[in-house]
Design a protein. Structure first.
Length: 324
């Protein structure tokens, strides 16, 4: 599969699983083109035209030839210079690695990844939070993240890939969307009654079983196994953690349980104040689930040799009750 198609398929699959729905995503893409058309020629130079077809600012091909055929890939949750040097050493030993795929963004995808946080607005609204309130709280949180990310040396790892002539890309929100949709559909179907039921459900997935073997299992951090569950809010996509003040609003709309990839101490305290129970599913395991679901899709189109690195482990979900 050419790298160009690989990239396009990843974006396509991410859109299919997007919580906002295809119609809203297509509206955003159309709006991006309209914004571009209104810019001066000088301003157009700095516009990312990939926004015409890709709504995920944290998913990009960071280095490489889009017309190159890809038959093998090294996949990791975090890819830094050390992983790229490993690839270079393996190539010296005759190992064919066509591209390195990172889940977490690097380069320009990291510099602008906060744009994907807007996705959270629709999730909050679907949970019963007033749309304008969700927008205002999210924009404040998004600005915080933008200020923090702006100081980072974004191109450091990309430069290493460039010098070593390694195809390099990152796949963040499209994979997270798949994990979000998978967990959401599973919980809706299985209807857990208690927090312990959620833990049991997560541990049926190989990613979470593997994490548990590594002493990082899904955990209940607020509540206990017997705590009752009625309305669950899933924090699996949208770039990073949302606004802290959203939890009281979610509680007011009936949410009693959060299932999150991870949670900061500040967000933990706000959940406790709002009397919301929290299950932390395990960050790397949850990321791995999303990447595996994406690889399931890609592997249904072409066969790839997958090399695991940086916390990623390959498990297939193609035969999970007919799901992909």
């Amino acid at each position: 599969m050419k790298l160009r198609r690989l990239y396009e398929e990843i974006v396509k699959k991410g859109i299919e699983a997007d919580p906002r729905g295809r119609e809203e995503v297509e509206r955003i893409l159309k709006e991006n083109r309209e914004v571009y058309n209104k810019l001066s020629e000088e301003e157009k130079e700095f516009f990312d035209v990939e926004k015409f077809f890709n709504p995920f600012s944290d998913t990009r091909v960071l280095n490489g030839d889009l017309d190159e055929e890809i038959v093998s890939m090294m996949v990791g949750i975090d890819i830094g210079g050390e992983e790229l040097l490993l690839v270079d050493r393996l190539r010296e030993r005759g190992v064919d690695i066509g591209i390195v795929v990172s889940h977490h963004p690097q380069g320009r995808a990291y510099a602008g990844f906060y744009d994907v946080m807007d996705l959270q607005i629709d999730i909050f609204n679907q949970q019963g939070v007033n749309l304008s309130l969700a927008e205002n709280l999210l924009q404040e949180r998004k600005a915080q993240v933008e200020r923090k990310v702006g100081a980072i040396n974004h191109q450091r790892v990309v430069d290493i890939a460039r010098w070593l002539k390694i195809n390099f890309m990152c796949v963040h929100t499209p994979a997270d969307n798949l994990a979000y949709r998978y967990i959401e559909e599973t919980l809706r179907h299985q209807k857990p009654k208690k927090l312990g039921d959620i833990i049991d459900i997560l541990l049926t997935f190989p990613e979470y079983r593997e994490a548990a073997k590594g002493n990082n299992p899904p955990k209940i951090i607020i509540g206990n196994k017997k705590s009752r569950v009625s309305k669950v809010h899933i924090e699996f996509t949208g770039g990073t953690e949302g606004p802290q003040d959203i939890y009281q609003r979610l509680s007011n709309s009936g949410v009693d349980t959060i299932v999150s990839m991870h949670q900061s101490e500040e967000h933990f305290k706000k959940c406790k104040e709002a009397n919301i129970n929290v299950v932390v599913a395990s960050h790397i395991a949850s990321d791995t689930l999303g990447v595996n679901l994406m690889l399931d899709h890609l592997s249904s189109l072409e066969k790839f040799k997958i090399y695991e690195v940086s916390g990623f482990r390959r498990f297939s979900h193609i035969n999970d009750d007919g799901k992909k």
